[in-house]
Write a protein that binds this ligand. Structure first.
Ligand SMILES: C[S@@+](CC[C@H](N)C(=O)[O-])C[C@H]1O[C@@H](n2cnc3c(N)ncnc32)[C@H](O)[C@@H]1O
Length: 238
């Protein structure tokens, strides 16, 4: 008998943001666990599973066959959303890649600004690059979810076409915060990102390269802002 599989907390957090009954495009699907799980649990009607390379796409096809859900999935070998027309995807998931790559995929797509699409993104690194892109992209960040897995805190972002006040340098690093947001792990996240920024400043202070002077100023500003946000967050928790 086949044992049902479950998603990792990181992918489960992505799955939980997918509204019921939609058609999905899972970009960079690799093993295909996310779309197969969503179909298996009748959460979505159909998914396009895409990947840049044939080997990962074949892994997704094999998983779909194993779980007998191939009729609800389409497989497409393509770069990002290049060969996925807007009518095929009400929701786009892009998980497990660098933030810069995710930003590149969205930037290259002709229809990301069109209404009626939701984007769920889970970068493994380069959160600042992705938030910086989103800040001026015509997509508004509606939610950020923090997910612990092992020692790592992953961030899952939900965005839709719309207006968003541009993010400040600190917000580029840790996202926007508000008093009413529910985020029990935010204190830990703020501390983690603040330490990263302070280490970056220390590293840049030792650099002899003239271009690093400007970079250090940016990091210093971000670190200062994040420290203020952390104080604000801690005051809200009392
Ligand atoms: C680490 S896997 C992530 C798999 C899965 N989405 C997850 O989160 O567990 C990243 C996948 O993205 C694919 N990929 C990287 N750049 C891509 C692009 N521009 N377009 C489509 N797929 C891409 C890679 O081939 C790889 O299979």
């Amino acid at each position: 008998m086949k044992r049902p599989f479950s998603l990792s907390p990181r992918l489960q957090a992505v799955a939980d943001l997918v509204p019921a009954g939609v058609c999905l495009a899972d970009v960079g699907t690799d093993h295909g666990r996310l779309p197969v799980w969503l179909v298996q649990h009748s959460r979505i009607s159909h998914a396009v599973c895409s990947d840049l390379r044939p080997a990962p796409l074949n892994r997704a096809k094999a998983l779909a066959e194993r779980w007998e859900v191939s009729d609800k999935l389409t497989f497409r070998l393509c770069d990002g959303l290049a060969d996925i027309p807007p009518q095929e995807a009400e929701v786009v998931t892009i998980a497990g890649m660098g933030g810069e790559t995710i930003a590149e995929i969205l930037r290259a797509c002709r229809w990301t600004g069109q209404g009626g699409h939701r984007y769920i993104m889970q970068p493994m690194s380069g959160m600042d690059g992705l938030r910086r892109y989103l800040s001026t992209s015509g997509l508004a960040i509606l939610r950020e979810v923090l997910v612990p897995e092992g020692d790592t805190l992953y961030v899952v972002l939900l965005a839709e076409p719309g207006e968003m006040k541009p993010l400040t340098e600190g917000e580029i690093w840790v996202g926007r915060q508000s008093r009413d947001m529910e985020s029990p792990l935010r204190g830990r996240y703020l501390e983690q990102e603040l330490q990263k920024l302070r280490r970056a400043v220390t590293g840049l202070e030792r650099s002899q390269r003239p271009e690093d002077v400007e970079k250090r100023k940016w990091y210093e500003l971000a670190a200062w802002e994040v420290a203020q946000m952390k104080k604000e967050w801690e005051a809200w928790q009392k």
